[in-house]
Design a protein around this ligand. Structure first.
Ligand SMILES: Cc1cc2nc3c(=O)[nH]c(=O)nc-3n(C[C@H](O)[C@H](O)[C@H](O)COP(=O)(O)O)c2cc1C
Length: 179
């Protein structure tokens, strides 16, 4: 967020912390109005906040070579259907791990963006830092530089996308395999 501020990009951080979160149950109510049927946790508020912003960065610790479970539960429900409203907002996943499993977690986060017509923001390496504490992460100079580069690319994409018209998106065809 410090790097983004240098390019006049305002940021808002939303932390899940230890909030209780439900998983998606495939009721598909969100296909009707874009919001989750479960209203007793933070997911719809997070979704509304994400719909309002121009770009999204999702960060997670690595748990068993995947993103945090509560985060995935929220993201499943946020992105299952958005009625096309996330399209063209640049997205980026970032992960923090002690040792390994970072690229699998990073790939999983990117899956949410690439299914919703969201351009992925690149960096100079896959977006991961290593360390078990903030101090150890600060020692990961290459990881920290990767995050700075990512922020600059995000700022560049946000400013560039502002100047061009968004493409039209066709109504989605859903063809269940196999026919
Ligand atoms: C349930 C669990 C699973 C974990 N799995 C991994 C793992 O697969 N690879 C890894 O490098 N670190 C793993 N870790 C370590 C965390 O990724 C690491 O401590 C994390 O960066 C700390 O972030 P946090 O304090 O925000 O949870 C795991 C930690 C927990 C609690």
């Amino acid at each position: 967020s410090e790097e983004l501020a240098k390019y006049d990009i305002d940021t808002e951080k939303i932390w899940i912390r230890n909030r209780q979160v439900r998983g998606c149950v495939a009721c598909e109510k969100c296909l009707e109005d874009g919001l989750c049927n479960f209203t007793d946790d933070c997911t719809n508020d997070i979704k509304k906040a994400l719909l309002e912003c121009d770009g999204i960065i999702v960060g997670s610790p690595v748990y068993f070579a995947g993103p945090n479970g509560a985060l995935c539960a929220i993201l499943d429900r946020v992105f299952y259907h958005d009625l096309g409203k996330f399209a063209n907002k640049p997205g980026a996943g970032i992960v923090s791990c002690r040792r390994s499993g970072s690229t699998a977690s990073f790939d999983r986060l990117n899956k949410y963006f690439t299914i919703r017509n969201m351009p992925i923001v690149p960096s100079q390496y896959w977006n991961a830092v290593h360390g078990n504490t903030p101090e150890e992460v600060r020692q990961d100079k290459e990881g920290v530089q990767t995050m700075r580069t990512l922020a600059r690319n995000m700022a560049w994409m946000l400013n560039a996308f502002d100047k061009v018209e968004k493409p039209e998106h066709e109504k989605e065809v859903r063809t269940n395999f196999i026919r």
